[in-house]
Ligand binder design. Structure first.
Ligand SMILES: *Cc1c(COP(=O)(O)O)cnc(C)c1O
Length: 344
């Protein structure tokens, strides 16, 4: 048995054998000079899958979101974000640090902000206040346990954005998980957004990289922003080669991750201390709340680790993520560990 079954994140996925071979054989050039054919192929494929004109390879999802906020905003402006969103909570405040805009966090129902609430928070032009210029969505929603946003929410938010002349950016780090779970094509979500960022480096198993897609002129500007942030890379076709495999070969298998997450959730939800509705585990992320008479959250995480199961403590609870590198045996091991620790 492997030393650890690693449920901390889908970012721990190792590149496949095919990716390692593709890296070795990739045709490359200096991508800052526009010479890397493999990067160009990946950027075109990403754009076409999302139904957008152009794409940009970026080193991380955080840089993709940072560029997106910067390209759609100026100083003295405000961005509407969901209060538990990654962009607001987990990206080291690039809204203020890089874009110098104020975030306006709003509550939601499992990641989907009420369109009427959004409308009420669009600021009317005034000399006193920032001007609202951008709305950010996240699908699937990480901190809401991989929740899938309903397509109707995209439609309604787009309508408000058009009414007030706002842009919509989608943090689609796991948009392919959303699509696999809902049956809605990724293009359909993207249609209601001016730009989309998605990660190659999570469930899609590439070692590094995310994509930002939008219209051609905006991506030209995004390319300059990427350079300014230090994200212009040279023979990066070695990474783009993996990205091409992510997009062509690694999407369909995400549904296996969802099946495993649901099975794990169903097996542990009624153990003492755990608050979890297994019906709400829609994709590959389980977040449960934990309140136990004898065990704190860090103690639970440590006891699980002693039994070879890795997971992460998050605000008031524990997060487990399924991905390519955990299989049914790992899930069985996790279920056994939870039962041994809690069901006694
Ligand atoms: C992981 C993640 C990101 C950022 O990706 P990094 O590559 O880790 O910077 C952005 N948004 C969401 C929802 C994520 O889960």
């Amino acid at each position: 048995m492997k030393p650890f079954s690693d449920f901390r994140s889908d970012t721990v996925t190792r590149p496949t054998e095919e990716m390692r071979r593709a890296m070795m054989e990739a045709e490359v050039g200096d991508d800052v000079l526009g010479d890397d054919p493999t990067v160009q192929k990946l950027e075109e494929l990403a754009a076409s899958i999302m139904g957008k004109e152009a794409g940009l390879f970026v080193p991380s999802g955080t840089m993709g979101n940072s560029i997106a906020v910067k390209m759609w905003t100026r100083e003295l402006e405000e961005v509407i974000v969901e209060e538990k969103s990654h962009i607001y909570n987990m990206e080291s405040t690039h809204l203020t640090f890089i874009s110098r805009v104020t975030p306006r966090p709003l509550p939601s129902r499992r990641g989907a902000m009420d369109p009427e609430l959004v409308r009420r928070h669009v600021r009317l032009p005034s000399v006193h206040t920032p001007r609202t210029s951008l709305i950010c969505l996240e699908n699937t929603h990480n901190n809401w346990g991989g929740a899938v946003l309903p397509l109707e929410n995209f439609v309604a938010i787009r309508k408000i954005a058009d009414e007030f002349g706002l842009k919509v950016h989608l943090d689609g780090a796991r948009i392919f998980n959303a699509s696999q779970a809902s049956g809605v094509p990724v293009k359909e979500y993207a249609k209601y957004c001016d730009s989309v960022m998605f990660c190659l480096s999570k469930g899609l198993s590439s070692p590094v990289g995310s994509m930002l897609v939008s219209d051609r002129l905006t991506i030209d500007y995004a390319r300059r922003l990427r350079k300014a942030l230090g994200g212009g890379l040279r023979q990066v076709g070695v990474l783009a080669a993996c990205g091409l495999i992510s997009l062509t070969k690694m999407v369909d298998r995400l549904k296996d991750d969802h099946t495993r997450a649901r099975r794990l959730a169903q097996a542990i939800y009624d153990l003492p201390g755990i608050t979890l509705n297994p019906e709400e585990v829609e994709t590959n992320i389980i977040i449960f709340y934990f309140n136990h008479p004898r065990l704190s959250i860090p103690e639970l995480v440590n006891r699980l680790k002693e039994k070879g199961v890795l997971c992460l403590a998050v605000f008031g609870g524990v997060r487990l993520v399924t991905h390519k590198d955990v299989d049914d045996e790992d899930v069985d091991r996790a279920i056994r560990a939870f039962r041994e620790i809690l069901a006694t």
